[in-house]
Design a protein around this ligand. Structure first.
Ligand SMILES: Nc1ncnc2c1ncn2[C@@H]1O[C@H](COP(=O)(O)OP(=O)(O)OP(=O)(O)O)[C@@H](O)[C@H]1O
Ligand SMILES: [Mg+2]
Length: 259
């Protein structure tokens, strides 16, 4: 385990290796009989440790359901999921989830919200400030969620998810509500966090450019019930230039497939 306040500053609170994810023949039904909804059907997906995967697919095809299954908030109706070789049986510190909306505790300050995500709250003050610095909110430690913009609230949610030192970070359209400029900044931020820390990232996005910009592989799901339609490896070097000809090749391929 790395010393959390050693050389390199207290920012590095990661004391774990990234974990692989195996989703094997997973189906998920909500409800039963005629009124049952099959969200996912026989979905198999292997995510290597340390990869940055983005998931794209139409609204209602089961993207959030897939993340909630990996997080252990739901259980598969069929099949199984392993993270780091262990079958998922519930939530755990090894996995952090950022929801489609920030879901901060309104009664707690920014610093307190981040503190609630800490695995070890004993020596918390330095870590909280380091995490707030990481997401550029060190001046807002004492602010309440109602005083934040949408982008700031999402950054607090990101800091809170990182506070648990996860091996896997699950992001459900974390940048969906942001304006174009903030969104680009946050994309850079996510890249930096992914590259600085040992994390396996799984992010849902509706933005094709974002998928090409960030991911090692893009997973395209079918319509509901969702299953893997295609996995597209993005073999462009980082940092990526969204105005380059190579980038455009991927853009055209995705647009052609989804149109
Ligand atoms: N708890 C639940 N109970 C019943 N049905 C559910 C539940 N959660 C999801 N569903 C259904 O499962 C399907 C997939 O939902 P999910 O939220 O995973 O889609 P999504 O791909 O994340 O969509 P979006 O892009 O709009 O966020 C939908 O038909 C939804 O109505
Ligand atoms: Mg969703």
């Amino acid at each position: 385990m790395k010393n959390m306040s050693s050389v390199g500053g207290p920012v590095d609170v990661t004391d774990r290796e990234p974990a692989s994810i195996e989703v094997v023949n997973v189906s998920k039904c909500f409800g039963e009989g005629d009124r049952g909804v099959e969200a996912l059907a026989d979905l198999t997906l292997t995510i290597p440790a340390g990869d940055f995967i983005t998931i794209i697919g139409q609204s209602g095809c089961g993207k959030t359901t897939l993340l909630r299954l990996i997080a252990g908030l739901e259980y598969p109706s069929k099949g199984y999921i392993k993270v780091g070789g262990d079958t998922v049986k519930g939530t755990g510190w090894d996995r952090g989830l950022i929801f489609q909306e920030p879901r901060l505790f309104p009664w707690a300050t920014v610093a307190h919200n981040v503190r609630l995500g800490l695995r070890d709250r004993g020596r918390s003050q330095d870590q909280i400030m380091a995490l707030l610095q990481l997401v550029g909110l060190e001046d807002f430690a004492a602010a309440y969620p109602r005083e934040l913009s949408g982008g700031m609230a999402q950054r607090v949610a990101l800091a809170r998810a990182l506070a648990g030192s996860p091996q896997v970070l699950l992001l459900d359209e974390p940048l969906g509500a942001l304006d174009a400029v903030t969104r680009m900044r946050m994309q850079d931020e996510l890249m930096r966090i992914w590259q600085e820390r040992s994390l396996t990232m799984v992010a849902v996005t509706h933005d094709l450019d974002e998928a090409i910009l960030l991911s090692t592989q893009i997973v395209v799901l079918t319509q509901r019930p969702g299953t893997v339609r295609r996995v597209i490896p993005v073999d462009l070097p980082y940092p990526r230039d969204r105005t380059s000809a190579e980038f455009n090749v991927f853009r055209q391929e995705l647009v052609g497939m989804l149109a």
